[in-house]
Design a protein. Structure first.
Length: 75
């Protein structure tokens, strides 16, 4: 409640906690060198997913950074 002081207990309908033993697949040797291109043969169409985040934990910030890099043609 410290982050959202206006939030009251009766505002919360439900809470859930997700726990997973394994949430990150370990990439193999030279994994990043074998990724398919982000730019496709269709003009203006780029494809990216979590497989392009090779040195991270797949959090939201890294996903947004990947999208920003692709938009700026820096990937």
């Amino acid at each position: 409640m410290k982050m959202y002081p206006f939030l009251r207990e009766n505002d919360i309908i439900c809470t859930k906690t997700a726990r997973a033993k394994n949430v990150f697949a370990l990439p193999g040797i030279n994994y990043s060198e074998n990724l398919s291109p982000v730019k496709t043969s269709v003009p203006g169409l780029y494809i990216a997913n979590s497989s392009y985040i090779t040195n991270g934990t797949l959090n939201v910030n890294e996903t947004i950074q990947l999208a920003d890099k692709i938009i700026q043609n820096q990937f």
